[in-house]
Design a protein around this ligand. Sequence first.
Ligand code: ADP
Ligand code: MG
Length: 681
Amino acid sequence: MLRREDRVQYLRGVGEKRAAQLAKLGIVTVEDLLRFYPRDYIDYSSPCGVLEAPYETPCVVRATVYSRQPPARISGGRMLYRVSAGDESAGLTITFFNSPWAAERLLPGRDYLFYGRVGGGFGRREMTAPVFLPADGPQRMTAIYHQTQGINSAYLAKLVAAALSELEPDALEDPLDEPLRARWRLPDLATALRWIHQPADKTQAQQARRRFAFEELFCLELGMKLLRSRNRLAAGAPMTHCDPGAFYAALPFSPTGAQRRAVAEIAADFCGAAPMNRLLQGDVGSGKTLVAAAGIAMAAANGYQSVLMAPTEILARQHAETLDRMLGPLGVRVALLTGSVKGRARKGLLSAIASGEAQLVVGTHAVLGEAVQFAHLGFAVVDEQHRFGVRQRGLLAGKAQHPHLLVMSATPIPRTLSLLLFGELDVSVLDELPPGRTPVRTIAVGSGLRGRMYGFLEKQIAAGRQVFVVCPLIEQEEGAGAELQAVTAYKETVAERLLPGRRIGLLHGRMKPAEKEEVMRRFAAGEIDLLCSTTVVEVGVDVPNASVMVIENAERYGLSALHQLRGRVGRGAAESFCILVSDKDNESVRERLAFLCRTADGFAVAQYDLEHRGPGDFFGRRQHGLPTLRVADVAADAAMIETAAKEAGDLLAADPDLAAHPALRGALARLFDAAGGTAVN
Ligand code: ADP
Ligand code: MG
């Protein structure tokens, strides 16, 4: 009898070579095999007739075999096997190459169900190498698996069948217990495995899929909540007086209600017994920096250092300046540490950090370096989190005995997704923009209007405003579509030609950091009228005098990314514009851009992306350490995510370390181990 953890080599038909090929699919143990769910099914239950079969679309056709033609040798030495079949509506020629055994299994006079694509011209229908079953057989659904070199779907189906029949009866402990399954009407593990691999009908396949989707989401939520509660056990940087009053008093404006709320949540965490793990979500321009600054001021008042990590040098520098302006009056000393600070300056900085003289260190990844030692770090802030992974956050937190951690994200994420991506964090949301903002007017145009658009840009510049133009490529790359605007060429052939006499700047990721700094500094100082850039300006840069954002080849970006870019303007009092340039004349692109034109709310934009482009835009930004979802669909299963999160919370409240749920504990350990994470010990 087989056990769950047995290697697949125990199964008949799996030698060393096959085992290696299976391993490429992630299948090493019997459990891996059983958890390798089909990607789809062939449903033999409602076949169509030959004439009505859709053209060149996978379908099941019922036909009677009339005769087998003698094999014929064709070019390349291949053998051709033809079988004539059909029904009362039309004839169907079935062709196999090099596989006599397939043709020989088709007996004249019998009916079969053929699965494949029907092609051929009028009056002459044909199928090449279809999969087939006798029409009077018992099986009505067949699983289709992802295939790889040497491993085809039929072989996998056979292996799974063997595993299912040879498994010890109690080899599978169900990670979902009876009451939970009963509550959500989920089939048990053994049943669900049979149903997902060998369903009798569509309903069984759907029920099984639903169960595994739930299991995935439930385990993911549990894993993240465990991560969080483990962090909770360790001591933080305890603080006693957390009053932002003095900080607020020194500001030139009054914080928004949302900012005050977020600061109060941080203050409460600071004064709690455990380290803070908090995500601050807020649309571009919602004023996240101020919230971080309030936290930094409170930490400093309690004698702790803070660190703020930004994804780019430009942004780090800007933050250092802004924070120095906000915190300087309170006597907080700010230091800027980036990769380009070298030699003696760097040494001086490092010793100021080590002595505690630098109370706030702002920097890029450089702050993660081993040479950077803090005297007493109490508060760590990560700006624009999506550029950092879980691991880097861990490194940052490791710079001290569990400092309070604030992660700031300007990519609004739909709630269900933030449960999945950031389930281990508490969340504060800035859902209110500072007063006096006029929404950015957004329009979509074709490149035919570029001349007129530049006329408009000229007027804006003449009125003293500045302009961003974002292009997708740095230089024209070979193979990239000619219609893609390369930023270097664009500057010379478009911007400089259409705006003679204006000061045009260039910014892209391949420039040296010092060059980028200089260009950005000049733009911020008003010495550049129009900045041609790649998406390096996407993140955080603040130039209040910029009033127009032009995005060339706008179809290339997700709406969330476009929304981010749009957020670079509209920061001052003047009316601002975002112009999306695209020649893609395709329904979905036009609809997408139109949606952005009429929607200012970043959360709505993110929801649209999630529904229309899937979660990739969000997931791609988070490096792993989390198990991947095989069955669950974060857009379609949104309600289930909420359910799973709630169930996970309830379970941990009753059984914090899962002592009473050994099967679940084991499943979690395997899941997070495979992903390289460490949710459970
Ligand atoms: P983001 O959330 O995108 O990081 P920032 O922190 O850069 O936003 O803030 C955007 C702009 O809004 C900055 O110029 C900042 O000075 C300004 N700002 C922030 N909070 C307020 C407020 N309460 N009242 C007025 N202006 C504010
Ligand atoms: Mg910001």
